[in-house]
Design a protein. Sequence first.
Lengths: 331, 331
Amino acid sequence: MTDYPFGLLRGKRVLITGGLGFIGSNLARRLVHLGAEVLAVDSLIPEYGGNLFNIAGIEDRVTVNVSDVRDEYSLSHLVRERDYLFNLAGQTSHLDSMHDPFTDLEINCRAQLSILEVCRRCNPAVKIVFTSTRQVYGRPDYLPVDEQHLLRPVDVNGINKMAGEWYHILYNNVHGLRAAALRLTNTIGPRMRVKDARQTFLGVWIRDLLQGREVEVWGGDQLRDFNYVDDAVDALLLAALSDDASGRVFNLGGDSVISLKDLAALLVEIHGHGRIAVRDFPDERRRIDIGDYYADASLIGRVLGWAPRVPLREGLSRTLAFYRDHLQHYL
Amino acid sequence: MTDYPFGLLRGKRVLITGGLGFIGSNLARRLVHLGAEVLAVDSLIPEYGGNLFNIAGIEDRVTVNVSDVRDEYSLSHLVRERDYLFNLAGQTSHLDSMHDPFTDLEINCRAQLSILEVCRRCNPAVKIVFTSTRQVYGRPDYLPVDEQHLLRPVDVNGINKMAGEWYHILYNNVHGLRAAALRLTNTIGPRMRVKDARQTFLGVWIRDLLQGREVEVWGGDQLRDFNYVDDAVDALLLAALSDDASGRVFNLGGDSVISLKDLAALLVEIHGHGRIAVRDFPDERRRIDIGDYYADASLIGRVLGWAPRVPLREGLSRTLAFYRDHLQHYL
């Protein structure tokens, strides 16, 4: 296993939108550890992933700015003199995007354009890494899904993330910014939202398991792949550091594929006890379900040398351990 | 040549957004001729395609409502009790979309979502046909481009049209509306904008030719296909009438392929005289140019029985004849 060249980030000035969220805060922690100067911007909207506890222990080494990516005045100040922008802020709930499509549009689509315009005006030298999602593919035609698969999103969130992703590529290609996009698959780990299923269903499973409630699995036969958050952070940093990433879109993907039923069983096994109930999909979820999905992540392997390093069982085990200690901060 | 079943449109109540524009007004004229009841909505924004002269001769058989598709209150009134909505209003200039990306977003992306929400609330039974564009494909990987080609738009307009198109498909699939989208290639004919290149470069060529100025060709080797507007109108009507079109996206395409240089020469030949100057692309246009493009339109042929019927030479000839008589109304 080769080492990633993350020592290069020492002393770099980094801005993370969504920096108090699940992935953003894990990224902030890593960057602080690497000696970077981190500014975390987060709206702390209660329905989203931001949580001040996510930076517990590094509070004095991260600058926090509470503001919304829809606020371009705030951003035009914050992006100045930054070497890297990790653009992670987003509305993540597929269901919320169907009930309130305009909010999803404002955050995942319009604000992305405005962030890029701000960078063009105020800091054209910044390198940008955007987190997109497997949701842009919709229901796969074939598996594993590679970057040549058509984009046919099945919910408003997927459409707006698709537009947000392409604004990044466009500003790279036409306006001379440097931007890369990663299409994340299901990401798990400490600091994910467990209060509800807005970010990931697995958070709710872990909460219910730890609280002695039944783990409720919808459907159950759907195949999925997972990345432990540290692996996703590796990919974000590699994309930031490599010129070969600019203007490109890469899938992330897990090292194995598992059905949701088997995943629930694995979680119960690791925890030592627990009950699982397999139920039919609620109707409004079934209508936007994508069936089986897992990614072909070989492109980012070839171009950036990334591969997931934390096996699923290990990732689940670390995640459970974290919430055993800290669940009260996430309820 | 089989006849299309357009007699079915007699007495139908039709709403056309962009109804005073190039394609919208040609569609309105056809529908009036077929005995439909036509409501044309248009913002008449000077930079866009709307022109009251476009309905000269049918003024008393079309209801005109001047309003903007960004105005959802107006639309929630206008969509009621309509059998068909031809959703044609859009910002069409690729270059303007790069200079003012937010206006393009508001019209081509946000307003589309709002039109669909309005239909869902106020008239879920309406059948919607949306005009998308070849621009969503970006620079082709292969030719002719079919609907399996990846969408990789190279300008803001292409990204927002892509989102607007997918909102239509989504609302069809999830919310039970019926909507189809057509990806138009270059469309030519009477009533196109000739004042500038915001809608099509060919309008400017025709204006310059008729005014005795040099026809300025940028690049010149790019291959393109063209549809005469009556053929595009046929496709819109077929998509409206067929249940097989719902939830689907179809390319339109011409019956032949021609380089821009040869097209200019053909135009001069039909006109009888004229001068052509081939020039390098202006820099800001080159950066968003898509190179060669022509469509594979066989899918809509198989599913809806559409084919272009007006050959390029004939279409150019009719278009020139129209502007010889009416140029003053378009300057």
